[in-house]
Structures are given as structure tokens and as C-alpha cells.
Design a protein around this ligand. Structure first.
Ligand code: APR
Ligand code: MG
Length: 191
């Protein structure tokens, strides 16, 4: 993590070329479902397997043609997730944090957007038709928010994967700060 530094949005927005801006978003929706009929899923949280074999959030580099960060983000979401992503717009109000990677002159902005479960399921269903499917995006995955009885299966095992940039920290911080984990979902499921 020493490679990455968190900074305020105002400081981040002042970074001009050769710095490049990238935006990524965590899409999530309340999910009343239960795994095996007994373990509450609580929320469906989307990540993706990237072209580099790492897990990350949908999004990407903002172009000079994009009039603002959010225009770039929403364009990237449509490219990576397909048409169902045009049914909503990730806004500045959904912004959460920015990180810089000094060595690479990239500043990455992170957003989290709550959807209806039907919207999120539509994104998953249409994703195979997206422009970047099978190329930059190898597939969408849901994040397991529960921990199984062995204390490892579920979220702890998921977090052992390889993540791009600060995606693991962004995920953990968002799950915590948005209250998507609670004692019921993080404790051992009951039989
Ligand atoms: N936190 C911090 N940085 C991140 C995160 C994250 N969660 N996710 C991605 N990044 C970094 C990546 O390392 C990359 O440098 O942000 C930058 C852009 O993100 P991508 O989603 O990888 O970019 P995208 O525009 O979707 O397309 C990938 O990048 O390397 C090029 O040619 C390659 O066309 C490809 C493009
Ligand atoms: Mg991308």
C-alpha cells in the first residue's frame, strides 16, 4: 500500500497532464436472498475479473473528450457492463475517495452507487453483450459478505484474491462505511 496515497478530491482535481484520471464504481443492491436457505446475503456487491487476472471495480481512464469525471466513469461503465448501465448514472454524490500512484502518475477516484436489485441483475444479464466483455472484462463476480463456519470461507477467502491498485482497501472501506456488513452477516451462520 505504500505505493498509493489517499488525497482530497480538491487536491486530486488539481492534477493535470501528464497525470491521468481514472474512475471506478462499486455497484450494490439490497438482496433479501439466503444462501442454502439460511445464510443472509444482505447485499449484492459487484466486482469484475479484469484482463490482468486481478479483481477490480468497473470503470477506467477518463478521456480528454469527457466533460467531467462522472461522464468518463459512466461511459466506461457502459463499455464494460453494457446497455443496462445506461439505466442509471453514477454522480458526484456517489464519490467516496481518491488515491494516487506516484510512480505511474495515475489518480484513481472511487464511487459507490446503490441500485435496485432488479437493476443490478439486469447489469449482470446484459454484461456478456458489453463491448469489453471477453477482452478487458473477463466476467462479473459478486462479493460474498458472509463468513462461513470455518472462519475463512466467504469474505475472508475472497479478500485473499489478487486486486488491482487499492481495490481491496476500497472494497473493505465501503463495506464498512456503508454498513453493508453487520454482526449478523459477519458472524458464523446458524444451522
Ligand atoms: N484503485 C486504484 N487504481 C485502480 C483501481 C482501483 N480500484 N482500478 C484500476 N486502477 C488503475 C489501474 O491500475 C489503471 O492504471 O486505474 C487505471 C485505469 O483503470 P482500468 O480500469 O484498468 O482502465 P481502463 O480505461 O478500463 O482500460 C484499461 O488500460 O493499461 C491500459 O491498454 C490498457 O486499454 C487498457 C486500459
Ligand atoms: Mg477498466
Amino acid at each position: 500500500m505504500a505505493e498509493f496515497r489517499k488525497l482530497e478530491l480538491s487536491e486530486a482535481l488539481a492534477l493535470e497532464p501528464p497525470w491521468r484520471h481514472a474512475c471506478h464504481a462499486m455497484l450494490y443492491a439490497p438482496d433479501p436472498g439466503k444462501l442454502f436457505g439460511r445464510i443472509p446475503l444482505r447485499y449484492a456487491v459487484l466486482m469484475q475479473m479484469r484482463f490482468d487476472g486481478r479483481l477490480g471495480f468497473p470503470g477506467g481512464f477518463v478521456d480528454s473528450q469527457d466533460s467531467c469525471l462522472e461522464d468518463g466513469l459512466n461511459r466506461e461503465l457502459c463499455e464494460e457492463l453494457g446497455e443496462a448501465a445506461s439505466a442509471f448514472r453514477v454522480e458526484r454524490a456517489d464519490y467516496r475517495s481518491s488515491h494516487v500512484s506516484d510512480g505511474r502518475r495515475v489518480v484513481a477516484h472511487f464511487y459507490a452507487k446503490q441500485l435496485e436489485l432488479e437493476q443490478l441483475v439486469a447489469v449482470e444479464a446484459r454484461a456478456p453483450q458489453a463491448k469489453d466483455h471477453g477482452r478487458e472484462v473477463l466476467g462479473l463476480v459478486r462479493v460474498p459478505l458472509y463468513t462461513l463456519r470455518d472462519g475463512v470461507g466467504g469474505l475472508p477467502a475472497f479478500l485473499k484474491n489478487s486486486f488491482i491498485g487499492t481495490a481491496r482497501e476500497q472494497l473493505q472501506e465501503a463495506l464498512h462505511d456503508l454498513g453493508l456488513l453487520n454482526s449478523a452477516s459477519s458472524s458464523s451462520p446458524k444451522t
